[in-house]
Design a protein. Structure first.
Length: 257
């Protein structure tokens, strides 16, 4: 398969630690096509249509697929003429508001990287069923309002700290409703190399239901950019066919000036 790594970040436009030139070079080394999807949302630098337009124009100078990663729950309305400048839009959840208080996932990220061994999301999330319902509400609201192509790192959620058994971290009723939302709005489920998501049970449920999958390294630095070991492992393990993997229609090349 000629993989398209849809999910990478630059130092120029968000929280990456690499230039776009380094990303293009890494893609060539790994023999894959590459897309850029820097962070967008009310709390990010890409927080307006004008800035998204500037970003799209910048990306058009390079042989990359053009995307952005919107912070679901803190999004803004992307104008249709701006959305057309991009090949795809990733929507990702980086925090959930519970009773008027936003529970961000920065502590979760530190925990998953090996820090914060005492991380306990139960201090803030007293009712896990309520948390998962709120998560689905955010997705449905955002998918209905925006033109999203991919759900980024779908199970990078605080419940990962509850058990080493991934099946115990996520209720099956939530997985079923999640898959139904993806099908309803034609959104692909990201196979994330950085966060090793989704887990087997959700993968099987999504595949059997006809959900498409995207491939993403979520690269923030050269050594991890275009590294697709986990997505390739899941694709082989579950027999995912090429037509079941998200791709763009246009040939990836720099735009002539």
């Amino acid at each position: 398969m000629n993989f398209l790594d849809c999910h990478n970040h630059t130092a120029e436009w968000s929280d990456g630690r690499q230039s776009i030139e380094q990303i293009v070079a890494r893609a060539k080394e790994e023999g894959v096509r590459v897309g850029l999807a820097d962070h967008a949302g009310l709390g990010d630098y890409l927080n307006s249509n004008d800035r998204l337009l500037a970003y799209a124009d910048y990306l058009s100078q390079y042989p990359v697929a053009r995307g952005y990663e919107m912070d679901l729950g803190r999004s803004f309305e992307v104008a249709p003429e701006v959305r057309k400048k991009f090949d795809y839009a990733i929507g990702s959840v980086h925090g959930i508001e519970i009773n008027g208080v936003r529970i961000g996932f920065s502590a979760l990220i530190k925990y998953l990287k090996g820090g914060l061994p005492d991380y306990n999301p139960g201090q803030f999330i007293k009712d896990w069923d309520e948390f998962f319902e709120l998560h689905l509400e955010v997705l449905e609201k955002e998918f209905a309002a925006g033109n999203y192509s991919i759900l980024g790192h779908p199970t990078m959620l605080p419940s990962l700290a509850r058990s080493k058994n991934l099946d115990e971290c996520f209720p099956e009723w939530w997985e079923e409703k999640l898959v139904n939302l993806l099908l309803m709005y034609n959104v692909a489920l990201e196979l994330s190399n950085r966060w090793k998501t989704p887990h087997d049970r959700l993968m099987r449920r999504a595949l059997d239901s006809g959900v498409k999958f995207s491939v993403g390294s979520d690269g923030h630095e050269p050594v991890k950019t275009c590294a697709l070991d986990y997505p390739k492992e899941m694709i082989e393990k579950f027999g995912v066919r090429e037509e079941q993997i998200f791709d763009i229609k246009r040939k990836i090349e720099a735009q002539a000036n």
